[in-house]
Design a protein around this ligand. Structure first.
Ligand SMILES: *[C@@H]1O[C@H](CO)[C@@H](O)[C@H](O)[C@H]1NC(C)=O
Ligand SMILES: *[C@@H]1O[C@H](CO)[C@@H](O)[C@H](O)[C@H]1NC(C)=O
Ligand SMILES: *[C@@H]1O[C@H](CO)[C@@H](O)[C@H](O)[C@H]1NC(C)=O
Length: 491
């Protein structure tokens, strides 16, 4: 009897610890119209936020949303409080180092959806004259982003474009170029990345184009077999305040994408006409009515910017002030973790026969798709690769996981106690992984020199001025934790 009890207790303890920490961060893959954990094969639903502190002007040669480990620690702590599993970032610079932030995100169980474009010159398509921007410099930039982020297991997917088609003229000029970019990215990934990372598109909230464009980007083109997207992101601001599945028009969204052969999700949502936002649409999004068609979504957006969609206000000292929207969304996201919603998710996905990919038509409503796009422009870059440091997980010191910034709750009260990233995945840092980048000495040690030297000097200066806490000399803390959990991982 006592033996039984203690065995049970041991089992409970083990399963508790197993829940606490998994032994690696598993990639997410697509099967038919859903995302799955590639190792456990559990369905994966995106529960996230859009993340670009400072907006597009926050991006420059020295800083982007995933380059500053201290800022990442501050925000990942808040992502975990909010209960999310994914962020979307709109622009990064592949010349900066993202290893620390990506490792921390992986350890925290947070996946990344990344746009490969940026507002900088040569780093996006010109929507009205795409032929002027579809060139080697542009392709080199997007391949560099893939080369760097393709090596992190928690990169969930890449967006080839965001709202490129958003008016009559762009709908006339740009669609065929977007498909070409998708094709080039998929060919690059196939040739150079360690796994098949999905490539998708994020569509503007404009009904004239959203549905025809989804069909055009989905269809199979015998001539260019790799030019079809892997997933479709819908930016939707149609549920404002108190609505229902019907009054919001979500019912029509679901019927529009019911037969879609790829995963669809909200790449942006959260109408702010009525503020603070009540985020009632969250319950609908993860309900039985939507879960088979929509793979979740991302709320626009984490930080407060001039357009007033923020969940968190960051002050001039970098301290965080939670807004009412944060508190409401936190409770909505936590409500969809109830047993009832978990059951819905588990039962949602019927293994239905994979629908065949529709063939491309000659015409799509409101779009012109017959522009002549240069072929084989990417060929040399794909064969030779691009000169770019590959991202890899890095050893972190325990201090790296603690944010030194202050957090104030929505009443302005200081949140007491240390804010520390919770480890949910043990990230094993292999010696190869670490030496691969070899960047702890010099951020730019193996860059291709394509960015100017002045920038380089500045980056170095910044590194010297504010080094991360003595990382190379410190105990490999995560490896140490791995040792502690090692036996449990083996079970
Ligand atoms: C990445 O995922 C693969 C499974 O596809 C796994 O074997 C590996 O350990 C993971 N790497 C890390 C660092 O978690
Ligand atoms: C496209 O994908 C196929 C596999 O589906 C691959 O063999 C081929 O090399 C890719 N590229 C082109 C240009 O077809
Ligand atoms: C890493 O860089 C340092 C100097 O920058 C160099 O001495 C060392 O050999 C490099 N290590 C590897 C494994 O490339």
């Amino acid at each position: 009897m006592t033996l039984k009890v203690s065995k049970l207790a041991l089992l409970a303890l083990v399963s508790f610890k197993m829940k606490l920490a998994r032994c690696s961060v598993n990639p997410i893959e697509i099967v038919d119209q859903h995302f799955y954990d590639a190792v456990t094969h559990e369905p994966f639903f995106i529960k996230g936020v859009d993340y670009q502190p400072g907006g597009s002007s926050g991006l420059n040669g020295e800083r982007d949303p995933l380059s500053d480990a201290e800022v990442c620690a501050r925000d990942i702590v808040l992502f975990q409080r909010l209960g999310i599993n994914t962020i979307r970032v709109y622009s990064i610079s592949p010349d900066l180092d993202h290893d620390a932030c990506m490792t921390m995100m992986a350890a925290a169980g947070i996946y990344l959806l990344l746009d490969v474009n940026s507002p900088m010159p040569d780093q996006h398509l010109n929507r009205y004259e795409p032929w002027t921007s579809y060139n080697h410099n542009y392709l080199r930039h997007i391949f560099k982003v893939i080369e760097e982020f393709g090596h992190y297991n928690n990169t969930l997917g890449f967006f080839a474009g965001n709202e490129v088609i958003n008016d009559e003229l762009s709908a006339k000029e740009a669609p065929a170029f977007v498909r070409a970019v998708v094709n080039d990215m998929k060919d690059y990934i196939r040739a150079k990345s360690p796994r098949s990372i999905p490539v998708g598109y994020s569509a503007a909230d404009d009904l004239r184009y959203r549905i025809p464009l989804s069909q055009y980007l989905e269809c199979s083109d015998e001539d260019r077999p790799n030019s079809s997207i892997d997933f479709y992101g819908v930016n939707s601001y149609q549920w404002c305040g108190q609505q229902t599945f019907q009054t919001s028009g979500y019912d029509q969204l679901v019927s529009a994408y019911k037969e879609y052969t790829k995963p669809v999700f909200f790449s942006e949502f959260g109408c702010n006409i009525i503020s603070p936002r009540s985020f009632e649409e969250v319950e609908a999004l993860y309900s039985e009515e939507m879960i088979n068609t929509f793979s979740g979504g991302l709320v626009y957006e984490f930080t407060q910017e001039p357009n007033n969609y923020g969940l968190v206000k960051i002050d001039n000292d970098g301290n965080a002030h939670l807004l009412d929207d944060f508190v409401v969304l936190q409770s909505r996201y936590s409500a969809v973790e109830s047993n009832e919603f978990q059951m819905i998710r588990q039962n949602a996905i019927n293994p239905m026969a994979a629908a065949p990919l529709p063939s491309c038509q000659n015409e799509y409503e409101n779009l012109e798709t017959d522009a002549t796009v240069p072929r084989n422009l990417a060929e040399d870059l794909i064969r030779g690769g691009v000169d770019q440091k590959r991202g890899s997980f890095t050893a972190l010191h325990e201090n790296d996981l603690i944010s030194s910034y202050k957090i104030h709750d929505s009443h302005g009260q200081l949140v007491k106690g240390p804010s520390k990233v919770k480890i949910v995945n043990e990230i094993e840092v292999t010696p190869e992984g670490n030496s691969n980048g070899n960047h702890s000495e010099d951020l730019d040690s193996d860059s291709d020199g394509s960015h100017n030297d002045e920038n380089k000097e500045k980056t170095k200066e910044r590194n010297n001025a504010a080094p991360l806490p003595a990382r190379p000399a410190s105990v490999l803390w995560i490896v140490w934790v791995l040792f502690i959990f090692g036996r449990l991982c083996d079970l």
